[in-house]
Write a protein that binds this ligand. Structure first.
Ligand SMILES: [Zn+2]
Length: 220
């Protein structure tokens, strides 16, 4: 084989490589699912709904519908004490709940003797229920929250503080309405009550939310 014909072979190989690379680049930018997915991104959209949208795009409409159903179970809703005698003893972003973005919470207790105010007898040992589905993290004797539970999923997490005791262990999966513990006065607390917090994942960080936006005095 002469020098010239070997040189021509090299040129053809290089040209084929360039054409192949150009074809790959065109294929990447032309992917229809990549474009549809970006339409789902926005301030109100969670990573969960983006994942659900991606699943729906890949697997069809039925998968998309299932994804939407799942995300409503992920969102906190209702009263963690699930008791019609519940009263709010401290509001959101005031007193020990300020600043709201750090400690934002509401305090809930029970009016056991129907005089219009919470009382320790009615509140102590009242059952506490998860307000959404998620995985439990239990922290005994923490400061200032005392016996504390996080229930978290990729979209929301809720905090339950000052508990008398736990009935779940770290790593357990719970559904909305599942018993997780009992009202107490552990940690920095002046009487038996539940300190209830809601956090939402927004743009990769947990943002404190006002529990009053999630109907905490309605049934579960
Ligand atoms: Zn509190």
């Amino acid at each position: 084989m002469s020098y010239h014909s070997s040189g021509r072979t090299q040129i053809i190989i290089v040209m084929l490589a360039i054409l192949g690379t150009a074809w790959l680049v065109v294929q990447l930018f032309a992917r229809p699912d990549a474009q549809q997915l970006s339409g789902w991104r926005g301030p109100g959209n969670s990573s969960a709904s983006i994942a659900a949208a991606a699943e729906g795009t890949l697997s069809g409409r039925a998968e998309d519908q299932r994804g939407r159903g799942l995300s409503s179970a992920l969102k906190p809703h209702g009263n963690p004490l699930n008791d019609g005698r519940t009263v709010m003893t401290q509001g959101y972003g005031v007193g020990t709940h300020a600043p709201a973005e750090v400690w934002g919470a509401i305090d809930l207790a029970i009016d056991g003797n129907d005089d219009g105010a919470a009382d320790p007898q009615g509140s102590y040992d009242a059952p506490i229920y998860a307000t959404h589905s998620g995985v439990v993290k239990v922290t005994p004797n923490s400061h200032p929250a005392g016996n504390h539970i996080w229930v978290s999923n990729e979209q929301f997490k809720t905090g339950y503080a000052h508990l008398a005791g736990f009935v779940v262990e770290s790593g357990a999966h719970v559904e909305r309405g599942q018993l997780i513990g009992y009202v107490g006065s552990t940690g920095m607390s002046s009487g038996p009550h539940l300190d209830y917090q809601i956090w939402e994942m927004q743009g990769g960080t947990w943002v404190n939310r006002n529990p009053l936006d999630f109907e905490p005095l309605a049934g579960l």
